[in-house]
Design a protein around this ligand. Structure first.
Ligand code: FVT
Ligand code: MG
Length: 330
């Protein structure tokens, strides 16, 4: 009678493996991050993110039409702000005719049904490259929340569906939610970066937007006073539950691969959709290894994306979204 169970039976061929596969990837899983710059006819490759680009508004419109045809129906917008428009308080962030506000309208004009989410944080607008306002060498919380709230209102007024606060200030979800309710923006969504870790994997993104903290004695050199310590687990649950109580519709864990234990834990705790951001450094690592011929790009990409979903992601923000969907269509 040996052996009673033979688990290999369910792995015998492609058909049975497909039949018992637990995690299926589809275009509906993805949120596509897009980088926007001023200009016309601009599509510039980001040096540390091969095959990923910054688009001017005209080419952004072409790109979103292509994404829509591929079945990718949600985008997350980031803008690269010219240096002369940066200050400490993120004044440009609330300009109704700013690049983000125009980008939202451009996407909606090109592709009205595309779900538009927008990044809310001061770093692309800050002369110091921080997510909030600096005072006496510190990132101050409550004044930063006021600007982030105005910025969120301005994005919704420009036509965004969701704002995605990525700043990790305390209390900003409540402040934004109250501002939306006061104005009767009852459909305006909030996807909170609720468990965002102070990670070294964000390097290429900061190249893409030229948004890294500046190197100066009087300015915090990193974001550790607001982003979470990667050694912590319980704190992620606390942050996430608070953001849900404050009015977040979707919560997020960021980065992805090194944090899948946190993803599973949060997925088991909460009853709102959980997003995971597979960040720029994760993208760059695979692109670099594949360029050298050390890893099989597509195979590793699918393994990583499937692992993120298996861990509990309902939504995956990933620079690989288009690559994945093109592969699925083959
Ligand atoms: N607030 C958005 C990010 O920080 C993205 C980071 C990355 O992709 O590395
Ligand atoms: Mg928080």
């Amino acid at each position: 009678m040996y052996p009673i169970k033979r688990n290999r039976r369910l792995r015998t061929n492609q058909a049975i493996r497909s039949l018992v596969r637990e995690t299926i990837i589809s275009p509906n899983d993805f949120l596509v991050p897009l980088f926007v710059v001023e200009g016309k006819g601009v599509k510039e490759e980001i040096a540390s993110m091969p095959n990923y680009y910054r688009y001017s508004l005209d080419l952004l419109q072409e790109e979103v039409k292509e994404l829509w045809k591929l079945g990718l129906k949600s985008v997350l917008l980031f803008v690269k702000v010219p240096d002369n428009l940066k200050d400490n308080k993120g004044t440009e962030a609330i300009n109704p005719d700013g690049l983000m506000q125009r980008a939202i309208k451009a996407v909606k004009n090109a592709c009205p049904e595309m779900l538009v989410m927008t990044d809310v944080a001061l770093d692309p607008y800050s002369v110091y490259g921080h997510d909030g306002i600096i005072e006496n060498g510190k990132v101050i919380n409550d004044e930063s929340v006021e600007v982030l709230t105005e910025m969120s209102v301005s994005h919704i007024e420009a036509g965004a569906d969701f704002v995605a606060p990525s700043d990790m200030m305390d209390g900003r979800i409540l402040s934004i939610r109250e501002a939306f309710e006061d104005r009767e923006y009852t459909d305006a969504g909030i996807m909170s970066y609720s468990a965002k870790y102070a990670s070294a994997f964000y390097g290429p993104f900061r190249d893409a937007l030229d948004s890294a903290p500046v190197d100066s004695q009087d300015i915090p050199k990193d974001k550790k006073s607001y982003q979470m310590d990667y050694a912590n687990r319980f704190e992620a649950i606390r942050e996430t539950e608070m953001d849900i109580d404050e009015g977040a519709d979707i919560v997020m864990v960021k980065p992805g691969l090194c944090y899948l234990d946190i993803v599973r834990e949060i997925k088991n705790e909460v009853d709102v959709p959980v997003a995971v951001y597979q960040v720029s450094g994760e993208y760059a690592m695979l692109k670099a290894a594949a360029e050298k011929g050390w890893l099989d790009h597509d195979a590793v990409m699918m393994e990583q994306i499937t692992a993120i979903k298996r861990a509990g992601a309902d939504i995956i923000a990933s620079y690989f979204a288009k690559d994945v969907v093109k592969l699925l269509n083959q």
